[in-house]
Design a protein around this ligand. Structure first.
Ligand SMILES: [Zn+2]
Length: 312
């Protein structure tokens, strides 16, 4: 599939097992990866300057083996994996100049992708007015969301309503989606893990009940507390993505979150290029979800959030 082809409905072999029960393998399903990252080539060729300029880039890419990817590489990966569309996220930049360059690249890549790449732009709430200006600039150029927020390296407190309110006003005014990194309060350390634990994510949802929020990496474990009625009420407009599952959980997490938070709240995300889409798929497709739950994970929930029909 060429990169300029319109997003099409695809059923890939790896997903047959997850989607059986729909009557026929020719029944098409639009697979959406809700969590990918791409960067302009200069972030690779001018790596030392970017490392000096931005603490998020330092946290995630200090290791020379940490991989970045360009949009053409992602599109090739999508073709190979049978992914129709992908949300391309920023990395939660702290430096405004770096963020603008990366955001421009996401917007341009999306514009050239024939609708296959959906841009979410990175802004830092700690910038104050500049965060609002950059968010508005990105929305005017086609951004559908803000993220991925990385509060630890961006240096803001996601539970601070004063810091968050100006940006969230833009989010609510344009019905954007906010994706934020989530951190497990227990378990192993890894680059970029941070401290955005379930309690903080829960407070963000409480503070901004009208905003549509995606808590990445299964929200650091927040779905479990969705079994508490008052938490479930606060999470009415919250979704959880599966980004980087391979590095965090065993595959039972899909079943567990679908039960605790609801199958209508789970989003397939790879965290490409950290995890290949092929690897993320085979893991998700092998999880013990019903065909309907798998459809929710791979497609229906994302389409609902993005306002897409199967014909789009
Ligand atoms: Zn993340």
């Amino acid at each position: 599939m060429s990169s300029d082809r319109q997003a099409t409905a695809i059923l890939v072999p790896e997903l047959d097992a997850a989607l059986i029960g729909r009557g026929s393998q020719t029944v098409a399903e639009m697979i959406i990866d809700f969590h990918t990252h791409v960067l302009p080539d200069e972030f690779r060729t001018d790596r030392s300057r970017i490392l000096r300029s931005d603490p998020t880039f330092r946290a995630l890419f200090n290791s020379p083996t940490a991989r970045t990817a360009q949009a053409t590489e992602l599109l090739a990966e999508m073709d190979a994996s049978g992914v129709a569309m992908a949300v391309i996220l920023g990395y939660g930049w702290a430096d405004l100049g770096i963020a603008r360059a990366a955001n421009d690249y996401l917007l341009e890549s999306s514009a050239k992708s024939g609708g296959r790449l959906i841009p979410f732009c990175a802004v830092n709430p700690a910038w104050g007015k500049s965060a609002v200006v950059e968010a508005e600039r990105c929305v005017a150029a086609g951004a559908r969301g803000i993220g991925e927020l990385h509060p630890d390296t961006q240096g803001f407190d996601i539970t601070d309503q004063g810091v968050m309110a100006p940006l969230m006003k833009v989010v609510e005014a344009h019905d954007l989606i906010v994706t934020t990194h989530g951190s497990e309060p227990v378990g192993h350390a890894y680059p970029g893990k941070g401290t955005v634990t379930p309690e903080k994510l829960f407070r963000l949802a409480l503070h901004f009940p009208k905003a549509r929020l995606v808590f990445a990496h299964w929200g650091g474990g927040l779905p479990f507390y969705g079994l508490m009625p008052e938490v479930a009420r606060a999470l009415r407009r919250v979704w959880f993505d599966s980004a980087a599952t391979a590095f965090l959980y065993n595959a039972n997490v899909f079943r567990t979150v679908a039960t605790a938070a609801g199958a209508d709240r789970i989003l397939f995300g790879s965290d490409y290029p950290l995890v290949s889409q092929r690897r993320a798929f085979s893991e998700a497709a092998g999880a013990s979800l019903s065909p309907k739950e798998s459809e929710s994970l791979f497609s229906t929930n994302a389409r609902g959030l993005l306002g897409l029909s199967l014909d789009s």
